[in-house]
Design a protein around this ligand. Structure first.
Ligand SMILES: Nc1nc2c(c(=O)[nH]1)N[C@H]1C(S)=C(S)[C@@H](COP(=O)(O)O)O[C@H]1N2
Ligand SMILES: [Mo]
Length: 233
């Protein structure tokens, strides 16, 4: 296969995946919400910049489970498996050779701070999904950190173009305390949905709660609906 054929295949796979999730993505709150709760100027998605109950901060607080794993790049691996046709276990070089995406987005922590306009570079989850080719019945992903953290996210949220596995923040390598060498970001959901020190992404055919979701945090985590904790407990 020559390069242009390869590229055609990638584009075709991406378009198929996009088509499969397009209708569902239109129904996600950020797109379908006609009265998002928040304040401040309208942001790049047409939402109030500061979601309800949040305060903008210029600092970037650190939240973790009391342990910050230090994974050297030569031992770093990213496993993507579960309900997929081509499971992979990527080395650092393989990961960095994937298409790279730059984006500017916001970070909303459930503990009520928001940090706006953060500059990122990384690999989009959509591009990773194209690489592994999820089965037709895949509905969610469960992300695992090197610190044993887990968090779940629906595929229609996970495949949004601003969901990235980032290695670079403001032009510098992502600091260890913020999840370096690589973490996930979920700008349209509360930030606990983005695993720091990410080591595995498992595609699932049914939903499975992660660390905080098991402890009463919302499964959906939608900031403009103040969707912080689940109602059940
Ligand atoms: N692996 C891992 N990822 C994690 C967490 C964690 O404890 N471990 N905490 C989550 C929470 S609750 C938040 S608010 C953000 C915090 O990211 P920060 O420390 O870079 O601000 O990471 C999320 N991802
Ligand atoms: Mo958080």
């Amino acid at each position: 296969m020559d390069d242009s054929e390869k590229l055609n295949r990638i584009v075709e796979a991406r378009m198929k995946l996009k088509a499969r999730f397009e209708e569902k993505m239109k129904l996600t709150p950020s797109v379908a919400d006609d009265s998002p709760k928040g304040s401040g100027p309208v942001n790049r998605h047409g939402m109030p910049a500061i979601p309800i109950g949040q305060t903008a901060t210029s600092k970037w607080p650190v939240l973790d489970l009391g342990y910050q794993p230090n994974v050297p790049l030569d031992r770093w691996r990213l496993t993507i498996d579960g309900a997929v046709e081509n499971p992979v276990r990527l080395t650092w070089k393989q990961f960095m050779d994937l298409p790279q995406t730059k984006d500017v987005s916001d970070f909303h922590c459930v503990t009520t701070w928001s940090k706006l306009n953060m500059h990122w570079k990384g690999v989009s989850l959509l591009d990773l999904a194209v690489l592994v080719h999820p089965h037709d019945n895949a509905t969610h992903v469960l992300c695992y950190g090197y610190d044993t953290y887990t968090t779940n996210i629906s595929l229609e949220e996970a495949l949004k173009p601003d969901v990235l596995l980032v290695h670079t923040y403001e032009g510098q390598p992502l600091p260890i305390e913020h999840g370096g060498p690589v973490r996930m970001i979920t700008p349209q959901l509360y930030a606990w949905k983005g695993a720091k020190w990410i080591k595995r992404i498992e595609f699932l055919t049914e939903d499975k709660p992660g660390f905080w979701e098991d402890r009463g945090y919302s499964n959906t985590a939608y900031p403009w609906r103040n969707d912080r904790y689940s109602d059940e407990d």
